[in-house]
Design a protein around this ligand. Structure first.
Ligand code: NAP
Length: 367
């Protein structure tokens, strides 16, 4: 069988990272070797961290993708051939994989989620996917969110940000969202019901925060970095926590991702600034999933997905993360058939009915 992969040919240094990728085809045996299983990857979640790992590692200090190998990120697939009891044929898994149409696995990946029959793979990758898990641990563990806290989220209309904003609301916090453009900002106020929304493209973030939240910000959940981060730091309350989840405004830069914020605010307001990555919490993913499932059951979690189609167009669609044209969790299905399989709920013998990228609540399958 033929397997197509997106291979890293050179380290990416700027916004032209697509030029560092090449579509390559390799031959795979039709039958799995002893101890292995073959997974057909149906969908690829576009994660900004993939871009960071295309670099040479000097900025992140973490492992990058080796040159000549496939790049990777969150993937959803179905086992099509297997010599492994833990990965039987037909099993659907959401896991940390590579940009390739087929994967040969010799173990169950550490963060694999075996998708139960009453969920679609899309449910598993989006509302119950890694971004929502990240938001949960970022807020509850890193941010130590408590009822009554004033929480500001940047990138609030995105996959991780909209999850963080709604988790904060569910915890009884006052929540402000920062996003780019009128459509995203209307969605945040009209559909998510946030207490305050700031359009960083047309408003001054610092003065909007100062006038609307004079008591200051207890938690800043930052997905963006740059000038937005600096503006929020200046408006933190004493004892505030800055949860450094992402710095997407700097991912395509060539230098070190610096913030340049006012360090004296850190001292005199006793602020804690802490980064984290989801793999630190792989042992607790069930806890986060249960929390989000409960919110979904209560109708308190709205999610929107932006599903594109075509493995060969994956890098082009991926670029939407950086121009802001994605609307929610950005996924690319391998082909039309994969897009259909993605929404299938085996227990219901039909697709999950859900709103499109206009963002209505998810209709949950009846158990
Ligand atoms: N720490 C972790 O383990 C972890 C895990 C998952 C995600 N993350 C981080 O979470 C953040 C969001 O990721 P996501 O997958 O949920 O993507 P997303 O928010 O759904 O999409 C990316 C959004 O970022 C915003 N953006 C892009 N370039 C920007 C810029 N120069 N300035 C300001 N905003 C910009 C755009 O929204 P606007 O239109 O509003 O500008 C864009 O739609 C990323 O920083 C990512 O690295 C971290």
């Amino acid at each position: 069988m033929l397997n197509r992969q997106w291979i890293l040919t050179g380290h990416a240094r700027d916004a032209s990272f697509i030029r560092s990728l090449r579509l390559s085809t390799q031959e795979l045996p039709d039958e799995p070797a002893p101890g292995t299983a073959i997974v057909r990857n149906l969908a690829f979640q576009c994660a900004p961290s993939t871009r960071n790992k295309m670099g040479d590692g000097s900025r992140t200090g973490a492992a990058s993708f080796p040159l000549g190998s496939a790049v990777g990120g969150p993937v959803g697939g179905v086992v099509v051939a297997s010599c492994r009891a833990d990965l039987p044929v037909g099993a659907r898994i959401s896991y940390s994989g590579r940009w390739e149409e087929y994967a040969v696995l010799d173990t169950t990946p550490a963060n694999a989620f075996h998708v139960p029959a009453d969920l679609s793979l899309l449910d598993a990758m989006a509302p119950l996917g890694p971004n929502a898990m990240t938001a949960y641990f970022g807020l509850t563990d890193v941010g130590q969110a408590r009822e009554g806290d004033v929480v500001v989220v940047s990138g609030a209309a995105g996959s991780t940000g909209s999850s963080a904003a709604q988790i904060a609301k569910a915890l009884g916090c006052t929540v402000a969202g920062i996003a780019g453009g009128p459509e995203k900002c209307s969605w945040l106020s009209d559909v998510l019901g946030l207490d305050l929304v700031i359009d960083y493209k047309s408003q001054d973030v610092g003065s909007a925060l100062r006038s609307a939240l004079p008591g200051g910000v207890d938690i800043f959940y930052d997905n963006v970095g740059g000038p937005v981060l600096n503006a929020v730091i200046d408006n933190m309350a004493t004892g505030g926590r800055v949860v450094v989840c992402g710095q997407i405004s700097g991912y395509n830069g060539s230098g070190v991702a610096t913030a340049g914020f006012n360090m004296l605010r850190i001292i005199y307001r006793s602020l804690r600034v802490q980064g984290f990555v989801l793999p630190q919490y792989y042992g607790r993913l069930d806890e986060a999933r249960s929390f989000i499932e409960e919110l979904i059951r209560r109708g308190a979690f709205v999610h929107r997905e932006d599903v594109r189609v075509g493995f060969e167009s994956l890098p082009r669609h991926y670029g939407s993360l950086f121009d802001g044209s994605n609307r929610g969790t950005l996924l690319v299905a391998s082909d039309d058939e994969a897009a259909e399989l993605l929404t299938r709920v085996p227990a219901r013998e039909g697709p999950t009915r859900r709103e499109d990228a206009t963002g209505g609540p998810i209709e949950q399958p009846t158990p």
